[in-house]
Structure formats: structure tokens, C-alpha cells
Design a protein around this ligand. Sequence first.
Ligand code: SAM
Length: 384
Amino acid sequence: MEKFFATCPRGLEQLLAEELQQLTAKNIHTVGGGVQFSGEFSLCYRTNLESRIASRVLWQVATDRYRNEDDIYRTALALPWNDWFEPPLTIRVDVSATRSPLTSLNFVTLKIKDAVCDRIRRLSGRRPSVDTRQPDVGIQGHLTDRDFTLYLDTTGEPLFKRGRRIAAGEAPLRENLAAGILRLAGWLPGIPLLDPMCGSGTILLEAAHMALDIAPGLGRHFAFEKLKNFNRRRWQELIQQSAARRKPRVPLSIYGSDISDEALKSARVNLAAAGLEKMVSLKRANVLEISAPAKEGIIVTNPPYGVRLGEQQELAEFYPKLGDALKKKFTGWRAYILSADMRLPKLIRLAASKRTPLFNGALECRLFEYKMVEGEMRKKRPEA
Ligand SMILES: C[S@@+](CC[C@H](N)C(=O)[O-])C[C@H]1O[C@@H](n2cnc3c(N)ncnc32)[C@H](O)[C@@H]1O
């Protein structure tokens, strides 16, 4: 049994734990920013291939007590690095810490790098080089006040890079955050879904992949493929099982619109690159003027967030109109709006039935839930 740690956007840990449960992981334990779990080695292949929420899957190769940098060096030196990789593969070491008494994480990073290189050179005669930009092998150290844990990254490029988004558009959401929001919204394939400010179409794309049961990792490569213990046969089996599950491509009740031609162009390019342009309806429209594409459904969207002063003012005028439009034209729908703008809940003048803190990268956001029920929605007083 191997131990792993999967990282994810903060706020989505519980959803990731549920995914891991479905992947039959054992000893699932949720912590801030990720989930610990264990299973056979190939479970990390499946998690990389199937998880829509994880950002990275780390394989735990050591954990020990430490008091100083030399303890860390010794722990790292004792590991059989040559069993996992050798030059010409390049490495990168990263270290994070919570409450560590050590003053320089850079020094710890250097110590781990030295230990890995010393060990490998001892057996193979060559030292691996460091490549901080595109390393073949990522090594991560984590320090708490007393314990030191070392991981090998099995992912490589983070998992929110599905290997399919080509056009980025304005402030695109990370794919795993989009998937998480769809799950938090309780959206399930078959329920009409609308993103009326769809930008480059991240939410639509994630939804279409969920509806057609297309694994997010089909069509990209992973760091574990470069390790010496890579079991190509097992990996091929997993890919084939996953590909066999894909549903036939039929038009879906997934709708996107945006006011910007540029944004729609990006969304079209991205959907076409995934072969999904015929499955999702796209049109150019102002969210304040559209009507509901179905009697009931779910809106999932993230409005623009203004950075400059003029944009701030425009948004302050936009939110009440958005609230009005939702109220008038989307009775019977639920809306989930992700925003980092803490003025939105007050200015939209609708009563939020739920607010979930989430992080888009380092940006703190809230996911606001609004249930559009006839007559009852309006807040008597603006929310403080
Ligand atoms: C933060 S971006 C959405 C990004 C998107 N979630 C993605 O991942 O690419 C906000 C989008 O809202 C659009 N927008 C702004 N005002 C709008 C309006 N009145 N009606 C429709 N779309 C609007 C912008 O063109 C922009 O594409």
C-alpha cells in the first residue's frame, strides 16, 4: 500500500475526498488544500486520469522526525532515488512548511537537492541537473513543526491543464475550480445548464466532459510516465477502460453566451478543439437581455471583476440589473455566481441561500447561491 497526497483548490477538499472514495482509495483524510489517501501504486494513475478536482497527485516516499537541515539531508540521502529515475532526467525541488522552526526554506531545498544528487551519483556516476522550468521529476518536501515528509510528483503539468484549452480569454477559471463549482451547484448531466458570461467556456467544457463521461486526463501526459517503475501495460489498460466509458456525442442541454465576440471566439475554438462544438449551444448576448433556454435549470457563472476604478463603478451599476434580470426571466432556476467582489451580495439585491468560500488561485472568492422563486426573492433591505 502506497501513501499519496492530492492537492486541490481550497474549499474543494470534501469533493476531492468523495472522488477518491469512488476511486476506492483507502485511509482518506482531508486537510486544508488537499487530501491524504492510500492504495496500490496504480491508484495514482487513476487519480491523475479521472479526478476533475485534484491539482496534483504526490507520492509519499519518506516521512520522519527532524530537528535540523542535516536530519533532512540524511532522510533524503537514504532513499533509493536510482530506483525511480536517473540522469539525463532533470529535477526540481520545492519545499513548503507550516510552523517549521527552520529559518531558511531555500537552504532546506538545497539540502534535499544535494541529498538526491549525491545518492544518484554514488550509484550511477552522474548527477541529475536542476531544471526549474520544465523538470522531468518534481520533488516536494513538506515540514511541520517536527515532521518532514518527502513526495515525488506523479502529475507534472498541473491537472487543471487538461491539455485541451487553446484560447484563454479574459481571466479564465481553472478547470478544476469550474468542475468543483458545477458539483457544488448540484448540477448533474441532463439538467439544463447556462453560463451567460461564459468567456472562453471553461464551465461549459467541464460540464460537457462530465455529461459525456470523458476523463479529464485522456489526451495528456503525466510525470509518472517518466519514472522507472512506470507500468505501461497497466496504464494502457486504465486508458482503454476510461475511453470505453465515453458516451456518444449528442447535443446537450448546455448553453453559453457572452457579450464579447472575442470571448465567444475563444469558447468556440476551445469547444472545437475538444470536438464538442456541436454539443453545446453558444450565442452572443447580453446577460441582461437573454431569456431562459428551459423552464428550469442551473446558471453557473463568474461575472467580470473590475480592477480599475471605472470598472468598479460599472460593476456597481451592473449587479442590481443582473439581479433584476435573473429575478424576472429565470423563475424556477437556481443561479451560482462565483465572485471575488464582496460588494456583489449587497448590490445584486437578491437573498443568497448559500455562500461558499473558494479560492481561484490565490484570489479569495465566494460562490453565491440564489434560488429564483416567484415573488419571494427580493430582499427587503440590502444585505450588510
Ligand atoms: C471573468 S470572465 C468569465 C471567464 C470564464 N468563466 C472563463 O473561464 O473563461 C467574465 C465574462 O463576462 C463577459 N461579460 C461582461 N459583461 C457581460 C454582459 N453584460 N453580458 C454577457 N457577458 C458579459 C465578459 O465578456 C467576460 O467574458
